[in-house]
Design a protein around this ligand. Structure first.
Ligand code: GLN
Length: 201
């Protein structure tokens, strides 16, 4: 059985790593930067990178409205790190001109961990994903301060000064993590997302 076609929003960020992880997880993965390329996919990943830049380029490449429309139509979307910020309805410590998609009913704090350290690693168990906690890598990462109705908390940090912070959520077909599973060779989250895309298409 051939895998579902999943795009990786290729405006800025770690696009190649997500394409590789999705391919390893059984998807037909490809970079997407134009509206007509978006039409061809059954799921979309918004990579880690810099949310202020992705926001700006989403306007320049005229991708904002097409992506919002597809989200409204039920398109499964997974955002990691900057991608999580782009999927949040409210952002704290963002730049005044940055704007996300019509995504998850949550408030995220940008660079939340970065006040103490730029990057760190911690175990994070994600409910619905078997095989033990992820070795989660956080790089100037956001965390989720509040979730609204219909948002399921899938994972929190379990150790250290950030213990208890929400770092993985899902609302319907929208999935977001503060950390970067695409950088660690652990394909479980990408497999989970591929399953979500299969179920939705
Ligand atoms: N700090 C970045 C932002 O605000 C996110 C960092 C990342 O994606 N690794 O978008």
């Amino acid at each position: 059985m051939s895998g579902p076609t999943i795009g990786v929003l290729a405006l800025q960020g770690d696009v190649r790593e997500h394409v590789a992880a999705l391919t390893g997880a059984g998807a037909d993965a490809r970079p997407v930067r134009r509206p007509e390329e978006l039409d061809a996919v059954h799921g979309l990943v918004i990579p880690g990178g810099e949310s202020t830049t992705i926001s700006k380029l989403a306007d320049i490449f005229e991708m904002r409205e097409p992506i919002d429309k597809r989200i409204a139509g039920g398109l499964p979307v997974y955002g990691s790190c900057a991608g999580m910020i782009m999927l949040a309805r409210e952002v704290l410590d963002g730049r005044p001109d940055q704007r996300g998609f019509d995504g998850i009913a949550m408030t995220v704090r940008r660079n939340a961990f970065g006040r103490q350290v730029d990057s760190f690693e911690a175990p994070v168990a994600v409910s619905g994903v078997e095989g033990g906690p992820f070795h989660a890598v956080f790089i100037r990462a956001p965390w989720v301060e509040r979730v609204g109705e219909g948002v399921e908390v899938l994972g929190t940090v379990t150790e250290g000064p950030a213990a208890g912070r929400i770092v993985a959520v899902r609302q319907g077909n929208l999935l977001a993590t503060s950390f970067h599973p695409e950088l660690t060779g652990d394909l479980r989250l990408h497999r989970y997302f591929v399953g979500l895309v299969r179920a939705a298409s």
